[in-house]
Design a protein around this ligand. Structure first.
Ligand SMILES: Cc1cc2nc3c(=O)[nH]c(=O)nc-3n(C[C@H](O)[C@H](O)[C@H](O)COP(=O)(O)OP(=O)(O)OC[C@H]3O[C@@H](n4cnc5c(N)ncnc54)[C@H](O)[C@@H]3O)c2cc1C
Length: 415
């Protein structure tokens, strides 16, 4: 039987999930098609709206005060402040008690596993007591987890001038895990109360004058609330997680929450399958072609489509010796012809490739070289959009939320 919906979303990252939820909220039938895991698996789980609007400047206190500094081609300039707020409101509604930060427009400064502080708009509640104030902090790392060096991270925090004392200690993890055990094994081991209690007994000898204790983000695969409260009741002081990764359990927990919400909203899911092309009728897309392993790709029909396939990392934008492409709909991606102009000489500069992506009109519909619509019924959301250097600006998730929520809503309104 042919598959047909009102709206088809391609891509199951933050942008695709929010687009699908936004469209479903408007009462239309929605299918989300996604191939591999999204960048949430690697991302810290923090929801950054805007940390550094301009290169070399200090982080902004309030991202909304800094929107005017962005170029006209930036996705935030295209959608405007009200849509950024709409995207955040939808995120808050979906994530509920999993996230905090919605009480203020100001960026929170969250200490990270690298010993930096990151300006962010929303943070997992498990990280909340690591933020700000002058309470002395103990960071705890594990001998069998070399990716996190707690004493070094604590020294870094003091070096960047945080207003609290910070000390780090490395201890033995209180369960037998292989030397190369994955992060998820640490996390599920801690979901057993005897392991968490043994960890608390190991840590209490190191507390001294510390008034809060930070761990890498592995306090339970799913249930970090109960792992934290067990530790807190033994230690008598607040316990928090530090963002890090990849892989990132806060990112995975967020992905789980988004997919639970998609299920509850009645969104039809086709995961683990790639969209490999499309069919058109006149100026409109009639279907996307899905490779389900059979001889011929299967058409999935819809009235409206949202492209949320990610940027260069997720292969929503692809490059080869001949240029930079959007592979499913062949939307125009502006880029210099000379490949040597894609990069700067210095490693950490504002590289042109970081802004590669499709160009939207005011309703997020990709346009061609002349500024004409590529298709009447295609919208784009998230890091497939060009115009932002999300890594330098610290704006990745905020752009996905703002453009995802708008693209989904406009797609539903067009039905
Ligand atoms: C290492 C790392 C760390 C990050 N840290 C942060 C951070 O601390 N804070 C922050 O705000 N942001 C961070 N980000 C950025 C943030 O994760 C992304 O900007 C944002 O989530 C992008 O979401 P997206 O949905 O646009 O794309 P993606 O997450 O890339 O999702 C795209 C989805 O589309 C699917 N897809 C692609 N092609 C096809 C196809 N042909 N058919 C079907 N499906 C397809 C992919 O499999 C994937 O599921 C980080 C990103 C990375 C890579």
């Amino acid at each position: 039987m042919a598959i047909s919906e009102d709206v088809v979303i391609v891509g199951g990252g933050l942008a695709g999930a929010i687009s699908a939820l936004s469209a479903a909220k408007a009462g239309v039938s929605v299918r989300l098609i996604s191939h591999k895991e999204s960048t949430l698996r690697h991302a810290s789980g923090l929801i950054d709206v805007l940390g550094y609007p301009t290169e070399d400047d200090p982080p902004v206190v309030n991202p909304f005060d800094a929107l005017d500094a962005l170029p006209d081609s930036h996705p935030y300039s295209v959608v405007g402040e009200a849509e950024i707020r709409e995207g955040l409101a939808l995120f808050d509604e979906i994530t509920g008690d999993l996230y905090a930060g919605d009480h203020t427009d100001r960026n929170a400064l969250v200490p990270t596993q690298q010993g930096t502080v990151k300006p962010t708009a929303r943070y997992p509640r498990s990280m909340a007591t690591g933020i700000g104030n002058d309470r002395a902090m103990l960071l705890v790392g594990f001998e069998s987890l070399p990716d996190f060096d707690a004493p070094l991270a604590a020294d870094h925090l003091e070096a960047v001038g945080v207003p609290f004392a910070s000390r780090g200690v490395t201890v033995r993890f209180p369960a037998d895990l292989r030397a190369d055990a994955k992060l998820t094994r640490f996390a599920t081991a801690l979901e057993r109360e005897e392991t968490t209690t043994a960890l608390a007994e190991t840590i209490e000898h190191h507390i001294d004058d510390a008034e809060r204790v930070g761990f890498p983000a592995l306090l339970g695969r799913d249930d970090c609330g109960s792992v934290r409260s067990t530790l807190e009741s033994h230690l008598g002081i607040p316990v928090f997680e530090l963002p890090g990764g990849p892989p990132s359990l806060p990112g995975l927990r967020l992905a789980d929450r988004l997919f639970e919400a998609l299920d509850s909203a009645g969104v039809h899911l086709s995961t683990g399958v790639p969209v490999v092309g499309h069919e058109t009728e006149g100026d409109r897309i009639s279907s996307v072609l899905v490779d389900r392993g059979s001889h011929t790709p299967q058409p999935y029909h819809a009235s409206e489509f949202v492209l949320a396939t990610g940027g260069l990392v997720g292969k929503g934008i692809d490059s080869d010796r001949n240029g930079v492409h959007e592979p499913i709909f062949d939307c125009h991606v502006p880029h210099p012809e000379d490949r040597y102009e894609w990069f700067l000489g210095e490693a950490f500069g504002d590289h042109p490739f970081a802004r590669f992506g499709v160009v939207p009109d005011g309703k997020l519909r990709p346009v061609d070289t002349q500024g004409n619509l590529e298709y009447e019924n295609l919208r784009a959301a998230g890091s497939v959009l060009g115009g932002a250097n999300i890594a330098a600006e610290k704006s990745g998730s905020g752009i996905s939320l703002a453009t995802g929520a708008l693209a989904g809503r406009l797609a539903a309104e067009a039905i």
